[in-house]
Design a protein around this ligand. Structure first.
Ligand code: 3PG
Length: 307
């Protein structure tokens, strides 16, 4: 019997698990659940006889992939797939997929909420600032970037966008100013929301030159991945500019230094919180299960990321 393993250190809400289970059972497959596991060894043991695996930020390393003797498909219920060893998957002809767009509203709402939180000094009673009329630069215009742009327009922010995949798209469209380079975006905007994936090209790419060029006061918002920030450069900008603040969904490695030296100029979530809503859990979980069923039944590889 085809076995579908759901392996989540950070579990889905029960309704999302039920939704996945329903699709899996109705397709005639066996459902297996591994939640809140403390050790990779538990994942390695659980994947041994699975034909398909649904994960979140869980690390599908080469070791995990090789342990999955029957594994044919891995679906990352979410957007970023930097946690899957794609090379190892491809070597075994395992299809790796993500579920793009399913949790993007949750991530975008969190990014906006964190901006308000810091602009109001963590609600400490002192007068803060408003987002209205401030310039927000959105670095990449995927599902999350687009959603942030729409919400930010509702806040009355001036929205600018740089699309790394289409730098030639410049000019005004839908009330948004598209600019042709990251340099132009950062040097123009007081708020920057960085929404790029973490990969070999983008890791540590948000560097001193970009951050130091931001007009005063500057706030960097990162609801993507901590790895895209050059943390040495980040600390240098913190040190050089009293007006600089950093908001991140998941703390950077240098969080203790920032907390000690720059109080009031940061906000970090203790765990990755972007996709932690009931809606996002259900959307991404159900999409993952549906994609697995469709792959087994019709060979559909629409969302494959290791083509
Ligand atoms: C994503 O890439 O989809 C988000 O970072 C959410 O990740 P999570 O499912 O591990 O919370």
């Amino acid at each position: 019997m085809t076995k579908v393993l759901v392996a989540t250190v950070k579990p889905f809400i029960p309704d999302a698990v039920e939704g996945i289970k329903k699709i899996v059972s109705e397709a005639g497959y066996e459902f297996s659940l591994l939640e809140k596991y403390a050790d990779q060894a538990e994942l390695i043991a659980a994947v041994a006889d699975a034909d398909a695996m649904i994960i979140r930020s869980d690390k599908a390393t080469r070791e995990v992939i090789q342990a999955g003797k029957n594994l044919k498909v891995i679906v990352r219920a979410g957007s970023g797939y930097d946690n899957i060893d794609l090379e190892a998957a491809s070597e075994k002809s395992i299809v790796a997929m993500n579920t793009p767009g399913q949790n993007s509203n949750a991530v975008a709402e969190l990014a906006m909420g964190m901006m308000v939180y810091l602009a109001r000094n963590g609600y400490n009673g002192k007068a803060g600032t408003e987002l209205k009329e401030k310039k927000l630069g959105i670095h990449a215009y995927g599902n999350v970037g687009k959603r942030i742009a729409n919400i930010a327009k509702g806040f009355g922010m001036q929205v600018l966008v740089f699309r790394p995949t289409r730098p030639e798209e410049v000019g005004e469209k839908d009330g948004i100013t598209f600019v042709g380079s990251a340099e132009e975006l950062y040097s123009t905007c007081n708020y920057i929301s960085v929404n790029i994936p973490a990969n070999e090209q983008t890791k540590k790419s948000i560097n001193y030159e970009l951050l130091a060029s931001m007009p005063q006061p500057a706030t960097l918002v990162n609801a993507a991945r901590k790895e895209i920030i050059n943390e040495d450069d980040l600390l240098r900008v913190f040190e050089e500019r009293e007006d600089f603040a950093y908001i991140s969904d998941i703390a950077p490695d240098c969080k203790d230094t920032i907390a000690e030296k720059y109080p009031g100029r940061y906000f970090f979530t203790p765990k990755k919180m972007g996709a932690q809503t009931a809606e996002a859990n259900i959307n991404a979980g159900v999409a993952a299960a549906t994609q697995i069923r469709d792959y087994f039944e019709t060979g559909d590889t629409t969302f494959q990321v290791n083509k």
